[in-house]
Each structure stands twice: as structure tokens, then as C-alpha cells.
Ligand binder design. Sequence first.
Ligand code: HEC
Length: 158
Amino acid sequence: MNRASAAVLAMWGGLVLSSAGMPFPVAAATDAGVEARLKARGLDPAQVARGRVVFDGHCARCHGAEGKGKFRNWREPDADGNYPPPPLDDKGYARHHPTEALLEAVHVGSPQGYGIMPRWENRLAEPDIRAVVAYVKSLWSDAAYREWMDIERASQEP
Ligand code: HEC
């Protein structure tokens, strides 16, 4: 991670913490740079902040803090044939999936009978699912995000 993105992540942490118990939008924009960077991606800073709370509460135990992953061997199935939770940041494959596929992954979880990714559609409200997917997108580098934009656009062509 470069120093700029470390600062951005630290900043979000600070924003979320300092706003504990306060209503969203969290990003009462003490740092215009963070907001500008998210907005340049078409992401809503308040939604991303909400997504971070959802992620820390439900997803980080498997996907690691900030989606950095917790399992070095995530590409190898374990003894039961299940894949360990992958990282969701630049290291993983999530950034190769358009929004629809990311939402689908969170809604339904692992295909039935395979894998341990839970099905979230009945456990999280739809706005929280959308927010957590926005947060996942905020974890990618600018270069990865640019590549992802092409994938997203291609997915929307008729
Ligand atoms: C119990 C562990 C666990 C939890 C909790 C969990 N996941 Fe997963 N997740 C997985 C596994 C394992 C996979 C890989 C898919 C598979 O093996 O079926 C996965 C896959 C994914 C993918 C697809 C990644 C890719 O590379 O295509 C996304 C997106 C995702 N999870 C997001 C989330 C979000 C958001 C949450 C919280 C709401 C969450 N996960 C909670 C285990 C978990």
C-alpha cells in the first residue's frame, strides 16, 4: 500500500470512529481529498462509510480488515473442498466482477453445497448490501478501479 492510500484508509477509520453514535452521513468531510477521491469513482462517501460499518461487523472476520484477506492459501481448497475466504482488495478477483456480480455474490453466497460464503439477502437490509459493495469498491487502487470501470461498462452493454 502506498502512503497516500494508507492515509485515506486511516482517515476513514477516524471518520467512522469519531462519528460513533451519530447518524450518517459520517463523512462530514474533514478531509475534502477523501471525498473527492470517492466521488471521482462515482461512490457516495456516506454510503461507503455505512458499508465499512457493515463490513467490519459481518465480513472482516472472514475477508480480513479492509478486505486484505486472512488466508495466504486462499486459492487452494481445504480438506473439505471449500475455498478459504479470498481477499477483496486488489489481490483478489472481486475487482474483476461488475457490480451486478458482486451484489449477487453477497445476496446468495456460495453456490449451494459449495463453499462457506454465507447468503446475506435475508440477514442484511438491501441498502446495507449495496453499501458494503460500495465499500468493497473503495478498497481498490486507482489503477484497479480504472480496469474495473471497463468491466462494468462491458457488463452494461446490451
Ligand atoms: C464465513 C466466512 C465469510 C463471511 C462472514 C463472508 N464471506 Fe464473502 N466469501 C467467503 C468465501 C469462502 C468466498 C469464496 C466463494 C466460495 O468459496 O464460494 C467469499 C466470496 C465473496 C465475494 C466474491 C469474491 C470474488 O473474488 O469473486 C464477495 C464479493 C464477498 N465474499 C463479500 C462478502 C461480504 C460483503 C461479506 C459480509 C456481508 C462477506 N463476504 C462475508 C467467506 C465469507
